[in-house]
Design a protein around this ligand. Structure first.
Ligand SMILES: [Zn+2]
Length: 278
């Protein structure tokens, strides 16, 4: 399969296990991330160290589960931890259900979907459409990063037409920076995130260029089932998330030689570096 792919796609193809293990090592040592193609016979190896912990941080619950959820589910299935953090409940997303009621539905769906995937949830409760970009929000996310200690964070790509999504990207970038600084004393000790990825999201397509494809075939059906718990999954709010994200997974799978895959972009200006001090 790999021999039929274009060279740039070949370079971009990486296995999830190698990504979470070797990728973290290469970033910490200052070397370029290791590029992994189809492993030669007998060369596949499990990463050293504990299984990866993946945290999805999104503006709205739907983004966290639909665009970022499959990698979280995959990490859990490999023995790691998974966390879904939503900065708002997306409570203003329904054309027919009052915000307070819809927010409760979104929270309930998130909790049930996370339970199905073996992951945890966290919510910050900022108003949908009005997520603020300030230090209160950045430190709130910083505290949750320190509490959950993710190896990998997945968030929004910065090129979005949605102001909440752009806000989330900026908040997460600075929260990762704050979380890694021992001199910033909070309830939990400093924690350095090894890798930051941006998700393939239909609303964040401006300049999005994936460089990593994760084979999510083993957990695809379970992830799809979990997403179906959300009240907007089948197009109830005007967009057919189910058809879109299933189709994207098939398309990304075709491009990377898997049945179902998720495309991610490691933001070149957002690579996490170890920060020993200010
Ligand atoms: Zn959103």
């Amino acid at each position: 399969m790999v021999g039929n792919l274009k060279p740039d796609m070949d370079r971009a193809r990486r296995s999830f296990l190698e990504l979470l293990g070797a990728g973290a090592i290469s970033v910490a040592s200052g070397n370029p991330p290791q590029v992994v193609g189809q492993p030669a016979a007998g060369s596949t190896k499990l990463p050293a160290g504990p299984p990866a912990s993946v945290m999805a941080i999104a503006a709205h619950p739907g983004d966290a589960f639909f665009a970022m959820g499959a990698p979280v589910a995959l990490a859990v299935s490999l023995g790691g931890q998974g966390t879904f953090l939503s900065l708002s409940l997306g409570e203003r997303g329904s054309p027919s259900i009052p915000a307070a009621q819809y927010g409760a539905l979104q929270r309930d769906a998130s909790n049930r979907a996370a339970q199905m995937l073996g992951a945890q949830t966290a919510f910050l409760g900022y108003p949908d459409g009005e997520i603020p970009v300030n230090d209160d929000a950045k430190f709130a996310v910083c505290d949750l990063i320190r509490q959950h200690k993710p190896t990998v964070i997945i968030t929004h790509w910065k090129g979005s037409w949605h102001k909440d999504h752009r806000a989330c990207h900026e908040i997460v970038s600075d929260a990762i920076f704050y979380a890694a600084l021992p001199a910033i004393v909070r309830q939990h000790p400093a924690h350095t995130v090894s890798k930051l990825f941006c998700a393939d999201n239909w609303e964040d397509a401006d300049g999005f260029r994936p460089d990593t494809y994760l084979d999510v075939t083993p957990i695809f059906d379970r992830w799809y089932e979990a997403c179906a718990l959300f009240p907007m999954w089948r197009g109830e709010n005007g967009f057919r998330y189910n058809d879109y994200y299933r189709s994207r997974a098939v398309e990304s799978g075709c491009l990377s030689g898997a049945q179902h895959a998720v495309a991610l972009a490691s933001s070149p200006d957002q690579l996490v570096r170890h920060i020993p001090s200010l």
